[in-house]
Design a protein. Structure first.
Length: 276
């Protein structure tokens, strides 16, 4: 681990790939390490001593942990990590299921091709980093005892959920441009259920109909002076029919009926006339 008291964080980032997980230890990461890879670093050394931008964080760290408090982390040389991945492949896949083999094999390729000479697992961002060593040892020991159903019970329960992204759960995600993870082909096979579903395209026949309608809209018949004249004439005729019916019968409902009948008939006639 770089030591901030020696200004070793300067220039550390940007070399090689980087993966991240959120408050859990992905199974495929565990396959990289053993309990013998546990080391310890001081919390205060997470910040370069001469970095003015980190001065406030450094002061807060001193107030929270003091100058000598440490936390466990993991580091292993890449050759050993790749050998372990190969050695443990069938046991890990046998434990989680054959369907996840493409994720494991792609993860192997990522480690072999895009990581530098050593692989570092930082844990200082965890809420229980100071007390993480017991569960780190237990998780690493569990990799060599995957036949024990209890060792993976929680992980298998997570994988069984309909909204679980298995790539994120088993191997984490990339936070660097070098060696982007997951690759597009793997993401196509294991889409992230947390992402919004894209709008489904229209069926071909429906799409063609829609395109034709857009390309060839129905022409609108231009209005001329005769249109309003016919409308007013229809209104007067319908009103006259209603008044005539009331004059001869003295019945209001017959007058309304006469108005409606004449209005409907004239409306239909005017519409037919416009359509020609």
């Amino acid at each position: 681990m770089p030591e901030g008291s020696r200004d070793e964080w300067r220039g550390f980032f940007g070399d090689g790939a980087e993966l991240e997980a959120n408050a859990f230890f992905p199974l495929f990461w565990r396959a990289l390490f053993s309990a013998g890879d546990i080391r310890h670093a001081r919390f205060i050394d997470a910040y370069d001593i001469s970095d003015e931008a980190s001065a406030v964080d450094r002061e807060e760290c001193l107030a929270d942990f003091g100058a000598e408090a440490t936390f466990p982390y993991l580091v292993v040389d890449k050759a050993t990590a790749v050998a372990r991945l190969t050695q443990r492949r069938e046991a890990v896949i046998g434990a989680v299921g054959e369907r996840y083999r493409p994720i494991y094999e792609s993860f192997e390729a990522l480690i072999a091709q895009h990581f530098a000479d050593h692989i570092l697992l930082r844990t200082d961002g965890l809420p229980d980093a100071a007390d993480a060593e017991p569960w780190l040892r237990a998780d690493l020991d569990g990799v060599d005892h995957l036949h024990d159903s209890q060792a993976l019970a929680s992980l298998m329960a997570d994988l069984a959920r309909y909204d679980t992204d298995p790539i994120w759960t088993l191997a984490g995600l990339s936070s660097s441009s070098d060696g982007a993870w997951p690759p597009a082909q793997l993401r196509e096979r294991f889409p992230d259920p947390r992402q919004r579903k894209t709008r489904q395209p229209l069926p071909r026949q429906q799409a063609e109909t829609s395109d034709r309608a857009f390309a060839n809209p129905k022409p609108q018949v231009a209005r001329n002076w005769l249109d309003p004249a016919l409308e007013w004439l229809g209104a007067f005729v319908a009103a006259g029919a209603a008044l005539g019916a009331y004059y001869f019968t003295s019945s209001a409902w017959l007058a309304v009926l006469a108005f409606l009948c004449v209005a409907v008939a004239l409306g239909f006639s005017i519409a037919k006339l416009r359509g020609r």
